[in-house]
Design a protein around this ligand. Structure first.
Ligand SMILES: [Zn+2]
Ligand SMILES: [Zn+2]
Length: 439
């Protein structure tokens, strides 16, 4: 990471309320950060050589980890780069992102992983954890050299954007990845059921005359994956879960002891298929926005822990590609710079989600799934990656102000109570949001 070098001095966070998912408690403790680690944690710390950041009245959390991001580099630099994507991440409160491999070329080889890590070291401002392809060329046939890719720095494998269509290939992938203790992250979609669909299948798709995708396209694959994880003992992670039935399957799989985890996006937590009625392509994504019943099930599954993590599925697209008819637009929306304010306003401020559970789903849960040592915790000797939230500020999501190169957000114009105020990576302030609030 290219970190600001104005301060190699220790940083003392004074007066904040710690939201620590490890203890599950709110505590008014100070934190001393030095040499890239949390060095001390106590009610009233003093460090004469430290730079002091007053965080009284603020919530201090482990640095947020977005385990599902499309950084687009290499090959898609019109939409995003590692430099701009990590700046968007920092502005949104994320200190680490996991980079999906459907770039150009795809990340099916350690040369691509090395390139991504070198670019992140040179141009990035937050940590970048590469995800490698499950299959060579993402063609769904031959497995990649996962051992080499783990050695190069991959934390997981996925053909995201596509499902692993073949059950036999998925079985082998789960067996092979379990040798290295890493998960297979699957975009769960049965290809023949999903073919040609541009939104959820139901009353709205019928009214709009658009081709819909049934819930079963997702659920058939979630069920298959859970069975194969049970068969192999491998770890499967369900990307962007979106239907009530899929969540129910994950719940049953966990009860049966299968090693299955799941993530949900802010848009599936907060929006429904009704948003598609204006044919606005900023509401076209895959899986599509579902029904109110599904949305409520996503919230309930997140609250009760069936769904482990929140991830944005940040999917930038250049304006000329999204500025077309709904049918012709690419899937995907961006999320790094809107996720935290919209979640704080609609789920936390309303009491549906506790602050600590939100933090856990953005920190300890993804750290556990991706084996990210030292992240997701406020324990002494953890990495000094910290996200500071202001629960009272008023923040408006404004796409034109995004650091991302792309603008395809479904949350533009949302007025939110609560947002990110500071993002700290390895003890360095990489985002100061104090100028961004309405008051
Ligand atoms: Zn996907
Ligand atoms: Zn994705």
């Amino acid at each position: 990471m290219k970190l600001p070098d104005e301060s190699s001095r220790p940083l003392l966070l004074k007066g904040g309320c710690l939201l620590d998912p490890a203890s599950g408690r709110h505590e008014n403790h100070d934190l001393l950060l030095a040499e890239g680690r949390i060095k001390a944690r106590a009610p009233d710390l003093h460090a004469p050589d430290a730079r002091v950041l007053d965080v009284s009245g603020k919530w201090v959390a482990p640095g947020f980890i977005d385990m599902h991001v499309h950084l687009r580099e290499p090959g898609g630099e019109d939409a995003e780069t590692i430099a701009t994507g990590t700046r968007a991440a920092a502005a949104g409160g994320f200190t680490a992102v996991a980079a999906m491999p459907n770039t150009s070329p795809v990340n099916d080889d350690q040369s691509v992983t090395r390139f991504i890590l070198a670019q992140a070291a040179r141009d990035g401002v937050v940590r970048v954890h590469p995800i490698g392809c499950v299959t060579k060329g993402m063609s769904g046939e031959e497995l990649t050299e996962m051992g080499n890719q783990v050695d190069a720095g991959c934390m997981a494998f996925s053909d995201d954007g596509k499902p692993v269509a073949s059950a036999q290939v998925m079985r082998r992938a789960l067996e092979y990845s379990s040798v290295f203790g890493v998960p297979i992250i699957d975009h769960c979609e049965e290809p023949t059921l999903a073919a040609g669909a541009v939104m959820n299948e139901g009353i709205v798709s019928t009214a709009l005359g658009l081709r819909g995708m049934p819930d079963e396209a997702e659920e058939v694959m979630v069920d298959r994956n859970i069975r194969l994880a049970g068969l192999t003992g491998g770890r499967v992670h369900i990307a962007h879960i979106s239907t009530r039935g899929a969540i129910e399957s994950v719940r049953r799989g966990k009860e049966a002891g299968v090693r299955v985890t799941a993530e949900v996006t802010p848009h599936h937590l907060l929006l429904t298929e009704e948003a598609v009625r204006d044919y606005d392509t900023d509401f076209r994504m895959n899986p599509p926005l579902r029904t109110e019943e599904d949305r409520a099930a996503c919230v309930a599954g997140l609250v009760d822990g069936t769904i482990d993590a929140i991830a944005t599925d940040h999917a930038p697209h250049a304006h000329e590609f999204k500025n077309v008819e709904f049918d012709a637009a690419p899937n995907g929306v961006i999320g790094l710079e809107s996720a935290i304010p919209v979640l704080m306003d609609r789920l936390v401020a309303t009491g549906l989600l506790t602050p600590v559970r939100m933090v856990e789903a953005l920190t300890a849960a993804p750290a556990r799934i991706l084996n990210l040592e030292g992240q997701g915790s406020l324990m002494v000797e953890s990495l000094a990656d910290i996200t500071v939230l202001d629960p009272d500020c008023l923040f408006t999501v404004e796409a034109r102000r995004f650091r991302s190169l792309s603008r395809n957000t479904p949350f533009n114009g949302w007025r939110c109570r609560g947002s990110v105020i500071f993002t700290i990576v390895a003890g360095h302030l990489v985002h100061d949001g104090r100028g961004d609030f309405a008051g």
